[in-house]
Design a protein around this ligand. Structure first.
Ligand code: SF4
Ligand code: SF4
Length: 396
């Protein structure tokens, strides 16, 4: 197992992190013997970073991880878990959640503690106003929390604001070869690294879509270079090729995934993909571009929109819906462009001022395309669903 050093605190972290959000299930619950045996196997092979969350698998993920790490394993690994902002209406709620997490995980400290799923600065500000950051700093001084970070699912601009808003010990972003220009983006990754903020990557396979929903030509392009390398291996190698990445999380659901990921994580080095291999990714991206409904490259020249529309974000979700038969694209559209942001950035916010269009090097008729996106991605239930989601997530 290769490791990379956390430049902030010197931790030697396995480049493969075990994401405990898709543990194997049986009869509606986690298949405990299997999950525990997969976790032990990973530890024996050198994985030392385990990522869970208060809400994963209805709270059972933390419980399972606590069980799996009892009996001497806890001391060999770092635990990352998270505070769900939407369950925190006052500081007392955060304290209760933390107390529960420590009990579930059978530990007296959390190595890496994250504000879960921040999407914009007001979300962070709300928690800060409740005193959450001061409280976490007290826990850090007492050794109950070792590192304070956040996981992120918003726009590039929001990532840039949040990452600079606090002296974070680390952050967690979605990143893979399809998301170079989406969410935090490559420049966000580089920004975090330039601020000496270690980066944990989640969704390297985009929730499995880079394995199971690929266009045929993309699979052919990969297989044409090396028929023995799976699309998952290609995708993981691409992320690990970035030296700015510390840990890549994989939500492993079976023994074969554990074995494959551990094998690859024992081979890869940063900046090690050959020019031929990088060429395969170029071919793959060009195949993907060809099948893309709106040819937006996410360059951002059209931004900012005075009405707050995240133009490339809207186009990205819409393109995914068709390109990858991505059934979750509408959910992601709602999650990242409206439901959890103080300022909604979805397509129907467009006021048709036309300011953006002259800046687009792709000559996209942005106003017309946003109307299509709004029609197809929002529909009649969008507004009521978003209103309910915002209430649940305490977005004002
Ligand atoms: S046309 Fe719409 S998307 Fe473009 S800048 Fe104006 S409001 Fe924003
Ligand atoms: S300028 Fe055009 S290509 Fe660039 S992000 Fe905006 S819509 Fe996309």
């Amino acid at each position: 197992m290769k490791t990379r050093i956390n430049g902030k605190n010197g931790d030697e972290l396995s480049i493969l992190g075990f994401g405990c959000m898709r543990l194997p299930t049986k009869n509606g619950g986690i298949d405990e013997p299997r999950a525990i045996s997969m976790i032990h196997e990973a530890i024996e092979k050198g994985v030392n970073y385990f990522d869970t969350a208060y809400i994963y698998q209805n709270g059972k993920s933390e419980l399972l991880l606590g069980k799996a790490l009892a009996g001497g394993y806890r001391e060999r690994v770092k635990i990352a878990t998270k505070l769900p902002p939407f369950l925190v209406s006052k500081l007392e709620s955060a304290k209760k959640i933390m107390a529960t997490e420590l009990i579930r995980l059978q530990t007296d400290h959390i190595d890496y503690y994250l504000l879960h799923m921040l999407t914009d600065k007001p979300m962070f500000d709300r928690l800060a106003k409740l005193g959450v950051m001061e409280w976490l700093e007290e826990l850090k001084a007492a050794g109950t929390v070792k590192n304070i970070g956040f996981s992120f699912h918003g726009s590039k601009a929001d990532f840039e604001t949040i990452v600079k808003a606090y002296p974070w010990d680390f952050c967690q972003i979605q990143y893979n070869y399809m998301d170079e220009n989406n969410q935090a983006t490559t420049s966000g990754l580089q920004l975090a690294a330039s601020l000496n903020i270690p980066v944990v990557v989640m969704e390297p396979l985009r929730g499995g879509k880079l394995v199971t929903h690929l266009p045929e030509q993309v699979e052919k392009a990969f297989a044409g270079y090396d028929a023995n390398r799976s699309p998952a291996e290609w995708a993981l190698r691409w992320v690990w090729n970035h030296p700015e990445v510390n840990v890549v999380l994989s939500g492993m659901s079976d023994e074969a995934q554990v074995a494959e990921n551990i094998r690859i994580a024992g081979e890869v080095e940063p900046n090690s993909l050959s020019s031929e291999e990088l060429g395969v990714f170029e071919q793959v991206k060009s195949e993907i571009r060809e099948k893309t409904k709106i040819p937006c490259t996410a360059c951002g020249y059209c931004m900012p929109c005075p009405a707050g529309v995240d133009i490339p974000g809207c186009f990205s979700c819409y393109n995914d819906k068709y390109l990858m038969a991505d059934k979750s694209a509408r959910f992601r559209y709602m999650q990242t462009l409206g439901a959890m942001s103080v300022k909604p950035a979805n397509a129907s916010q467009c006021k048709s001022c036309g300011k953006c269009e002259s800046h687009c090097p792709q000559k996209i008729e942005i106003r017309k395309e946003l109307k299509t996106v709004s029609h197809e991605m929002e529909g009649v239930f969008y507004k009521p669903i978003v209103a309910i989601a915002r209430k649940i997530m305490r977005v004002k």
